[in-house]
Write a protein that binds this ligand. Sequence first.
Ligand SMILES: [Zn+2]
Length: 183
Amino acid sequence: MEAIYGNLKKWREIYNYEVKKDVTNQKKKKLTPERYFNVKRPTFGKLSHDDSKYVRTFRMVSYGMLEYSPSLRSLILRDAGYNLAQRFVKKGKIKSLDDLPEVFFKQKIGLFDIVRESLNRMEINIYECISCYDSPVIGKTLCDFEAGLIQGALEKLIGPNITKEVYCCGLGNSFCGFEVLFE
Ligand SMILES: [Zn+2]
């Protein structure tokens, strides 16, 4: 764990670069199954040869929902993430903010990184996200499940909040970024 999270420097550099230089103004592509299902995540792939299979299965379900209805998919995945995170807190799997990187890593969701933190606002990045890492640029965010997880966990740990995805591979970024505003 330490080794992995000590290694976020490269990702922070990418983040700093992309935030300054707008990378979202790229030609939009179609989210095809061939392209969306088959990705290799550097860190997770190094730790497990089966990682791409794991991601593919998750994305097959997510893609099926997207084809059925993008808005329903958003609602269902956000709610699934939200309820799951609340259950993790209730069961003691998440006791504080410090537990979030480990939970996100162990469940292979992505590498969790708190970029900024103040009284009423947080910025959280996820690198190598299971929902969007290396996806084509479609002009939309894809990570409702992850947004729900963050919202649900932080609601229990800190208080009611609005969690919004502001950076995403679907928008042209190389990572996911969430803005959390506490009420
Ligand atoms: Zn994303």
